[in-house]
Each structure stands twice: as structure tokens, then as C-alpha cells.
Design a binder for this molecule. Sequence first.
Ligand SMILES: COc1cccc([C@H]2O[C@H](CC(=O)N[C@@H](CC(=O)O)C(=O)O)C(=O)N(CC(C)(C)C)c3ccc(Cl)cc32)c1OC
Length: 348
Amino acid sequence: QQTLAKDASKKRCYDFLNMTSRSFAAVIQELDDELRDAVCLFYLVLRGLDTIEDDMTLDLDRKVELLRSFDQIIYKEGWTFNENGPNEKDRALLVHFDVVIAEFLRLKPEFQAVIANITKLMGNGMADYATGEHRENTSVATIKDFDLYCHYVAGLVGYGLSDLFAASGLESEEIAKDKALSNSMGLFLQKTNIIRDYREDLDDGRQFWPREIWGKYADKFSDFIQPENKLKAQYCLSNMVLNVLDDVPQVLTYLSKLRNQSVFNFCAIPQVMAISTLALVFNNLDIYHRNIKIRKGEAVKLILDSTDMDNVVSIFRHYVFEISRKNEATDPNFMEISMAIGRVSIQV
Ligand SMILES: COc1cccc([C@H]2O[C@H](CC(=O)N[C@@H](CC(=O)O)C(=O)O)C(=O)N(CC(C)(C)C)c3ccc(Cl)cc32)c1OC
């Protein structure tokens, strides 16, 4: 009877995983036995944290209290959360979070420690950011703030995954040692999404592009949607893409260190999607009007091709070349972009 109940709660965790993330859930479920449950639970704990950070209906004190104590909450059997706002999909996860906690507590203590440690760092980072007195509303001021915010919400996920890979024995301890490489794995994905999501975030009243960059091209963050500002909008966009290109060399170095096939696929697929998205958004002013995504057919091809380092390198080379082709000599960022592409090209 006990076993039946345990299998039921594990299955429910995978149902939550498939409900919260479309294509990525499938990639998690392809991971080898030693890692699959730990990464699934890590993903769900992060999703729970993200849902609280994103919930605009919570008052700040309550949100900060939950963020800073989430690393203890995940040890509280039976804990659930009903104060959430209307967002159905994510609300369900927190309403049934006791199921996630029950499964979390069945993980190897070493996996629990990794997940709890990252949850603590991320929850406090999110709380610091949400209450940050040095920013009006929640906009990001300097490039340093931008890197710190992305470190909190994405770089730390890279840290935690590298620790889980090492703890599982499927990858060497070395993968978890070089924090800069793990951090870049998160920054590259997060920064590319932040560029792609310009319009969605603007409409939600959020802005993550650093003022140190966009402030060179406009007085207000929303100016870029005006047709008369299209040239400034294009240069601001290329400046943002330039900032993201810095992380490409470290992403490729990280991927080249992986030895387990299921871990490689799990890590390579999102990065390959991101470089494809980066080439798509570069000099593409549609991002100021709607959320653009790579075509389904291209995404499928990328997923099928991302199984070994040589293929991944040639995919990166293809998209970096596409960015180079779209790079315009009249763009004030033209030279810097050419040099960033040069730095990557000697590697791919
Ligand atoms: C070594 O580091 C990684 C290795 C593999 C995958 C990821 C990273 O990839 C997905 C990929 C994913 O979730 N893709 C979405 C598509 C999309 O968000 O546009 C999806 O396919 O649903 C992603 O985006 N994030 C979210 C963050 C970037 C904030 C970390 C993410 C959230 C939780 C986990 Cl456990 C993992 C990841 C890594 O994290 C850095």
C-alpha cells in the first residue's frame, strides 16, 4: 500500500512537470536514472519559487517572507500555498506543493542539499532584487545589475545542475568547479529570453533590459515601439545581442566537458535553441511588437541534431554566421559585434 502511494506522488510530480513546461519536460525525462528524479524535483522547486516571485497579487512583505524561507518550506511535509493569484497553470503547482515536498524528501540527502542550497541563494537574491532600494520600480540600471539579476534567476540554476551532475556520478566533479562556466549556461538562456520577451514584459509593466544600454538610444524604455525611433530601436537591439554574445565561448566550453549522453542532450538543446533565437531576433524589429519564436520545424531539427559536440559547434557556427551576415556597417555596434563574432569563430 505504502509503495502504491509513493509511486502515485512521483507520477503526479511528472504530471506537474509536463504541465509547467512543454518541450523541456520531455528532455528532463530522458535523463539517466541517477539524475532524472533529482532534476525533475529541482525544476519543480524552482518553478514554485518563480511562481511566488512572479505573483503580482502578493504584498511585498509576504512575498519576501516566502522567498527567503523557501529553502525551509521544501522540508515541511504537507505544506501548500493558496494565497496565489489567478494564474491557473502555476497556481495548481503551489496548491499541491505537498506532493513535490514528499518526493523531494525521498531524494538522496546529497541531492536535497544541492537543491536546498540553490533555493536559499536564489530566494534571497530574488528578495533582494524585489526590495532593491537602489532601483525605481523594478527596472535594471547597470549592466552589472543585469548580470547580477540573471545570476540569481538563471546562473544559480547552472550552479545547481552542475552540482547534481557531479553528485550523481554521471559527470566529473570538475563540471561543478568552474562556476563561471555554469553561470554562463544560465545567463545565455536568460538574456536571450529577456531580449525575445521585450514586448511581453513591457505590456506586463516589467523591464529587464539594463538602462546602461537602452538609455543610450532612448529616454523611455517604451520609445522603441514608435515607428519614428526604428533606427535607435535597431541599434539598441544589436547592443543587447552584443552583450549576450559574450557568453557563447563559455557555453561551448561547458558543453565540451560533458561525458554522459543524456546530460549532454539535456544541456545542449536549450543552448542551441537560444543561439537560434538570438540570430532570429538580431536586427529583427518585430520583437518590439510581438513575441517571436523559432519555427516548430526548425526547433525539431535542432533537437535531433544536438546530440554531439561537433554538431552543436556547427549549429553555433551557422547562427553566428547568420548574425554576421545581418550585421550592418552603419550600426554603431558593427565593429564590436564583428569582434565578438571573431572571438567565437576561432572556437567553432
Ligand atoms: C547547466 O544549466 C542548464 C542545463 C540544462 C538546462 C537548463 C535550463 O534550461 C531551461 C530550458 C527551458 O525551460 N526552455 C523552455 C523554453 C523557454 O523558456 O523559452 C521550454 O522548452 O519550455 C531553462 O530555460 N531554464 C530556465 C532558466 C534559463 C531561468 C534557468 C531552466 C530551468 C530549470 C532547469 Cl532545471 C534548467 C533550466 C540549464 O540552466 C541554466
